[in-house]
Design a protein around this ligand. Structure first.
Ligand SMILES: Cc1cc2nc3c(=O)[nH]c(=O)nc-3n(C[C@H](O)[C@H](O)[C@H](O)COP(=O)(O)O)c2cc1C
Length: 391
């Protein structure tokens, strides 16, 4: 069976490679909308879902994983930013995802930044993003998604603050996040609080401890029983800033963190400089791969397993995925590989993960989490703080 799936993947890989030059002739934002329309169509009825599933789906018992009380059929998820209006949930299980994070949604309707907003950096395997949180707003989207049965797909609701003015107002921003949380209180399986959009007019004010404390307090007041809350961090903040956020997340009993958002070119030189197409925006994909894994390694050790980690940034192969898992991530998100390698790569990565788990003698993803990033021994005075998984 695995042999047939392998052949099927090779065929689709070759087809995607052949059609990619044509796709890349399109404007990137146009191509994004075209793929969304295809996804909406494929998800619209049983027959197209079934056929898509035959061509792209894959499952294996060792991929099933339980995180914060939620059962996932596999650890691979769509990252926030592809499905900004939550329109494609019907098709994700058929192409092999275990989870999908929708949004970012903002409390108010948000048009995003003006002008050209997406750029391909092909040799660097990266997308330069200058979207600025364009979405239809939490009211419209929550109405559309109310009562939708997501089946075996687990759904994350990514909340951000609207990018409408250059002035930061703490209370308005907090209200924006909590408005989305309230409107989605009956929809989805977990929340992500995105404090790290690199493309907003008023910067990233929740890196400041007092602002973050106020936000996390308000977020906690909107907690829904059984629904974990994760906080999404930037790729290029300092270690001190990371530590401040991680410690605040533990203090305010957040369930975990998403590591990481896009990387700004000014703070990251892991791309081909002559390819940089625009002076604004931030990069996905390969330039982010190493930095996000390093952040995962650091946060896993700092939080001593008390925070669930969702790893994201430059996952293109099973090896990349496994590196993030063995560094401490329990789940993974991805977008860029869909653009550069095609949708068959989701199950190719899942298939590769099964082999890598087996090679290391693990029977589940949970056993592999953090296995190549051992926690440093605690001094006896610190040892009463144990991991949430250690009980
Ligand atoms: C086109 C695009 C739009 C994005 N928009 C969002 C967003 O709205 N909210 C968010 O939290 N992250 C957003 N991101 C960041 C991704 O969720 C992810 O963190 C990043 O792309 C790294 O993953 P990758 O290397 O697999 O693409 C966006 C990324 C891309 C490529």
């Amino acid at each position: 069976m695995s042999f047939i799936v392998g052949l099927r993947n090779l065929l689709f890989k070759a087809l995607y490679k052949l059609s990619r030059p044509l796709i890349f002739l399109m404007d990137p934002e146009e191509a994004h909308y075209m793929f969304k329309r295809v996804g909406v169509f494929l998800g619209s009825n049983f027959l197209t879902r079934f056929l898509t599933s035959l061509l792209f789906n894959y499952g294996h018992k060792s991929l099933k994983t339980s995180v914060d009380g939620i059962e996932y059929r596999n650890p691979l998820g769509l990252s926030a930013g592809f499905d900004k209006d939550g329109e494609l949930t019907k098709i994700y299980p058929s192409i092999g995802f275990g989870l999908a994070e929708l949004g970012s949604f903002t409390g108010e309707v948000c048009p995003g930044n003006p002008g050209k907003r997406l750029f391909r950096m092909v040799k660097s395997k990266s997308i330069l993003v200058w979207y600025g949180l364009n979405n239809q707003g939490a009211e419209v989207i929550s109405k559309r998604l109310k009562g939708v049965n997501f089946g075996k797909l687990k759904v994350g609701i990514n909340a951000a603050k609207s990018n409408l003015t250059p002035e930061f107002d703490l209370q308005d921003s907090i209200d924006d996040y909590t408005k989305t949380m309230s409107l989605f209180k009956d929809i989805g399986d977990y929340y992500t609080i995105n404090i790290s959009c690199p493309n907003t007019q008023d910067g990233e004010p929740f890196v400041v401890k007092e602002n973050l404390d106020a936000l996390l307090k308000a977020v906690n007041a909107h907690r829904v029983e059984g629904r974990p809350i994760y906080v999404k961090l930037a790729a290029d903040i300092s270690i001190d800033e990371i530590n401040t956020i991680v410690d605040a997340c533990i203090e305010h009993q957040m369930d975990g963190v998403v590591l990481t958002n896009l990387a700004k070119p000014a703070h990251n030189k892991e791309y081909i400089e002559s390819e940089l197409p625009y002076h604004k925006g931030a990069m996905s994909g390969l330039p982010l791969q190493r930095i996000s894994t390093n952040v995962i390694r650091h946060v896993y050790r700092r939080s001593r397993g008390k925070l669930t980690i969702i790893g994201v940034g430059g996952v293109f192969t099973a090896k990349d995925a496994y590196e993030k898992i063995t560094s401490g991530a329990s789940l993974l998100h991805m977008i860029s590989t869909l653009i550069f390698d095609g949708p068959q790569n989701i199950n190719e990565i899942n298939r590769g993960l099964v082999k890598l788990l087996k090679a290391d003698g693990f029977s589940s993803i949970e056993e592999a989490v953090g296995s190549r990033n051992p926690l440093p021994k605690l001094k006896s005075s610190q040892s009463q703080h144990t991991s949430k998984n250690a009980a």
